[in-house]
Design a protein around this ligand. Sequence first.
Ligand SMILES: *Cc1c(COP(=O)(O)O)cnc(C)c1O
Length: 434
Amino acid sequence: MKYYNLKDKTEVVDFKTATIQGQGKEKGLFFPEFIPQFDLEFIENLPQYSDEEIAFRCMKDFVGDEIPFDILKEIVSETINFKIPLKKINENIYSLELFHGPTLAFKDIGARFMSRCLSYFLKDENKKVTVLVATSGDTGGAVSHGFYNAENIDVVILYPKNRVSEVQEQQLTAWGENISALEVDGSFDDCQNLVKQAFSDEEIHSALFLTSANSINVARWLPQQIYYLLALKQWQKFEKENPVICVPSGNFGNICAGILTHFRGLPVEHFIAACNENDVVPNYLKTQKMELKETVATLSNAMDVGNPSNFIRVLELFDHHFEDLKNKITGYSIDDEKTLQTIKEVYLKYNYLLEPHSAVAYTAMEQYLKENQGKKGFILGTAHPVKFPDAVEKAVSIKIDLPESLENLMKKEKKSTEIQPDFAELKRFLLNKN
Ligand SMILES: *Cc1c(COP(=O)(O)O)cnc(C)c1O
C-alpha cells in the first residue's frame, strides 16, 4: 500500500515511511492510495473467524509485504490481547467496551500496534527515534505504556496542566526511563501546536529523528478499524438490522477508522459523531461551514479539541461531497450538565456505569434514536469509569475501586517537567535531552 500526503498529493510513501515519519510535508496527513475491499463472504460470516484472523485480514492490505505475514499476525494478536466485549445496556443501545487494555482506554489498541510496527522497522536501522506526542488525556498513557523501554525509541509527551484526571496524569508521569512528560501551562490545542511546530523546525530535525504517535500516524489510526469488525462479529449474533454506531469524538481518528471500514464493505446503518461543547464538527455538519474555535475545557477532556486534525481524512473518504457525508454522519454536541445527568440515569435505570466520554455518546445516541424510531446500535466505550472518578462520583455518588494494575501505578512518584506554551521552551528541552 502507498500513502499520499493530503496537502501535496505528489508526495507518496510506503507504510514504513509513513509510520516512521508520522506526517508529510507541510504537516500533511498521509492517506491510503486506495480503499481495499473486504470479501463479502468474510463480512457476512464474521462469527466464524477468530479475532486474530479478523484483525490480520483487516490490516494486511495496509501493511502489504513491508512486514512478513507471520510477524504481522503476532503484532495484531498482541494488539488485541484483552477482551473487547459488546455489552447490552438496554433494548436499543449496546456498548462496545474498549477499555480493558493496559491503560483502560481504547487508545491502547492504536498505540500497541504502532509501537510494535515502529520497533520492527527500526530494528535493522541504526536509528534512534523520538516519538513526540500531544495528549488531551488518554493518548499519553497508552503511548507511554506501549513504548516503555522500547529499544531505540524515546518518547516525549506534552499534556495540558490541570486538565487531565489524576489517574491519567499518573499514567503519563510515572514512567521515567525513555519516557519524558512535559506539563504545559495551557490547553490541548497549545500542546498540539507546539508538537506541530517542532515537526517543521529545521534545527530540531537535524538533531533528532522525530515522529508522532497521535492518530495522525497511520500506524495508530488504521488499527482502530479492527474493533469495528470485532463489534460487528458480536452484533451479528444478537441483531439482524445494521447498527447505528455512535463514537465519542475529539480528533476524529476513531470515527474516521470506523467510516473507513464501512467504505471497505462493513454494513453500518449510520454514524454519529458525539462531541462535547467543542462542537466544530456538529456545526459543520449543519451549516457546511468549518469555524474553528478555542478549546473549551469539559468533563470529557480527551475530546476537548477545537481543531480536529483527522476530520480532513473523513472529508477525503467522502471525496469532499458534503451531501453524502451529511447522509451518513450526524453530529451532536452534548454539554457537561446533560453528560452528568446521563451517567446518573443510565446507572439508576440499567445499572450500567458510563464515564463522561461514553456518556456523551450515549446521550447523542438516545437523541438520534428518538428522531429515527426503530433503529438500534452501539456506542464506543472509550475509557474505564475509574479514569474519571470525580465526574462519575459527582453523578452517582458511588466509590469506584481502582483495579489492581492501577493501584501500583498510583503509588509511583510523579516525574514531569513544567513548560509554558512557548515553542522556544520545547525546543530547548528537545535539543538538550540527549
Ligand atoms: C481520545 C479519546 C476520545 C476521542 O477520540 P478521537 O479519535 O480523538 O476522536 C474519546 N474518548 C476517550 C476516552 C479518548 O481518550
